[in-house]
Design a protein around this ligand. Structure first.
Ligand code: ZN
Length: 275
């Protein structure tokens, strides 16, 4: 199932149609996407019976499917290739920071370029569907609502300005586009092995697979939920592979006019214009 935020309302994507969740459920679920995520298992059961759309799918109406999560976890140095290009040692626990929730954005929103060191990081985004507290690796996937494409857009200057405290430099307004929708894990033949990549104005910059993650989705949920509970609607940015602009020779950063396009196999593509 594909779950979207269409014009600010929860929607099920059915090919080129959407089914407005509030309408087709007679008010049982929605219209707020976060309310649907709070009642995810019941919603998934309901959604399986929805086969008819209520309106055409309009790409520019797609917004962030998780507009206001309680917690956003973001993982640094979670691909060997990116740790190497950054000259950093591999951490023994997930290198976790946050993107503050108001920095998140829709899959086709513009990105405001501030300064000259704004960088891209394509990432698999995981959204929690049921409370996860001290979950084992084996049980972890059962707590996942869905997967999305994300960009952990980073102001590198601000990121390092406060030493090792990354979160502010990762949280400029609009620097966390997510989408184009959530795909439930059962739609993917192997949700632990998905091609992901991004391009800037047509030039390929990152190209990898999520099977190269150091801490995979199950391990991240187990490690994080050992420390604190994860709640329905919580978001995990799982880390980026090599190919970020700051590690290229010569360095290349986002400029006004650039188009940042990010894709994950089996999920879809998001596209953000820089201005
Ligand atoms: Zn990142």
């Amino acid at each position: 199932m594909k779950f979207a935020n269409h014009s600010g309302r929860a929607a099920i994507v059915l090919a080129d149609q959407i089914a407005d969740v509030y309408t087709v459920s007679d008010g049982r679920f929605g219209p707020d996407p976060m309310a649907v995520l709070a009642d995810w298992p019941a919603f998934v059961e309901f959604a399986a019976g929805v086969t008819t759309g209520t309106a055409p799918l309009v790409e520019r109406e797609l917004r962030n499917p998780v507009p206001m999560p309680a917690q956003v976890f973001a993982i640094g140095l979670n691909y060997r290739s990116h740790a190497e290009e950054s000259g950093m040692k591999l951490p023994s626990v997930p290198a976790t920071f946050t993107k503050f929730p108001t920095s998140l954005a829709g899959p086709f929103d513009d990105v405001e370029i501030v300064g000259t060191t704004v960088d891209w990081e394509v990432e698999l985004v995981v959204v929690i569907g049921t409370r996860a507290d001290r979950v084992s690796v084996d049980d972890a996937w059962a707590h996942v609502a869905g997967l999305a494409v994300g960009q952990d857009i980073s102001d590198r200057t601000l990121q390092v300005a406060a030493g090792a405290q990354f979160s502010l430099g990762k949280s400029r307004r609009g620097y966390g586009p997510i989408g184009p929708w959530l795909v439930t894990p059962d739609e993917l033949p192997n949700p632990d092995d998905l091609a992901l990549g991004c391009s800037v104005s047509g030039e390929s910059m990152q190209d990898s697979r999520t099977s190269d993650l150091i801490f995979n989705v199950s391990q991240l949920i187990a490690e994080l939920s050992a420390v604190l509970p994860m709640l329905p609607g919580d978001v995990i940015f799982t880390g980026t592979p090599s190919g970020v602009g700051g590690a290229r020779k010569p360095q290349r950063f986002l400029r006004p006019g650039d188009v940042l396009e990010s894709s994950i196999e089996g999920i879809g593509t998001i596209r953000n214009h820089c201005r």
